[in-house]
Design a protein around this ligand. Structure first.
Ligand code: GNR
Ligand code: NI
Length: 167
């Protein structure tokens, strides 16, 4: 197991589009396990491979307080959306920034599990938000891109300054 380094916004690698996993093998499982360890250590409720500079379609999510409901999604696809809800989001790649984002309230996700078996999951609430946030990462999208241009410009300036000061 290993703790992986999480890319920090604004890093252009966060905008790469992840490729599909062709075959779920030991390397895929190791990545998913390392991502889970990294997520729990952060701590966070989700992590996309993109955030650890691996541009393949793997995400891990655990919104439980007890850290025992790990879900691994390989090649996830949202096949149904319903409702709308706005909630406050944060991101391990944009530390300390919390902003409201409007998303679907319920989603149905199709993906492969760590054995490569397909499954379908219906999610709502925090889990649904988190899954949408992670799948966005795989498409190269960071949640701050839902904010106004003015807010994004201010945020980039602030985070670049913070990165300079801590390096
Ligand atoms: O830890 C996280 N918390 C969170 C809170 C609200 C909405 C989404 C998230 S995901 C985030 C971890 C992360 O950055 N995943 O990509
Ligand atoms: Ni994130």
């Amino acid at each position: 197991m290993a703790i992986l380094k999480i890319l920090q916004y604004p890093d252009e690698r966060l905008h790469k589009v992840a490729r599909k996993v062709e075959r779920v093998d030991e390397a895929t499982r190791r990545l998913a396990r390392d991502m889970a360890e990294t997520m729990y250590a952060a701590p966070g409720v989700g992590l996309a491979a993109t955030q650890v500079d691996m541009h393949i379609q793997v995400i891990v999510v655990d919104v439980s307080e007890t850290h025992n409901q790990l879900k691994i999604f390989i090649n996830p696809e949202i096949i149904a959306f319903s409702g709308e809800e706005e909630s406050e989001e944060g991101c391990l790649s944009v530390p300390g920034i919390y902003e409201k984002v409007r998303r679907a309230e319920k989603v149905t996700v199709r993906a492969l599990d760590e054995k490569g078996e397909p499954f379908t999951l219906e999610a709502e609430g925090y889990l649904a938000v988190c899954i949408q946030h992670e799948i966005d990462h795989l498409r190269g999208k960071v949640f701050v891109e839902y904010l106004s241009q003015l807010k994004q410009i201010r945020l980039r300036a602030k985070l670049k300054k913070r990165l300079r000061e801590t390096m």
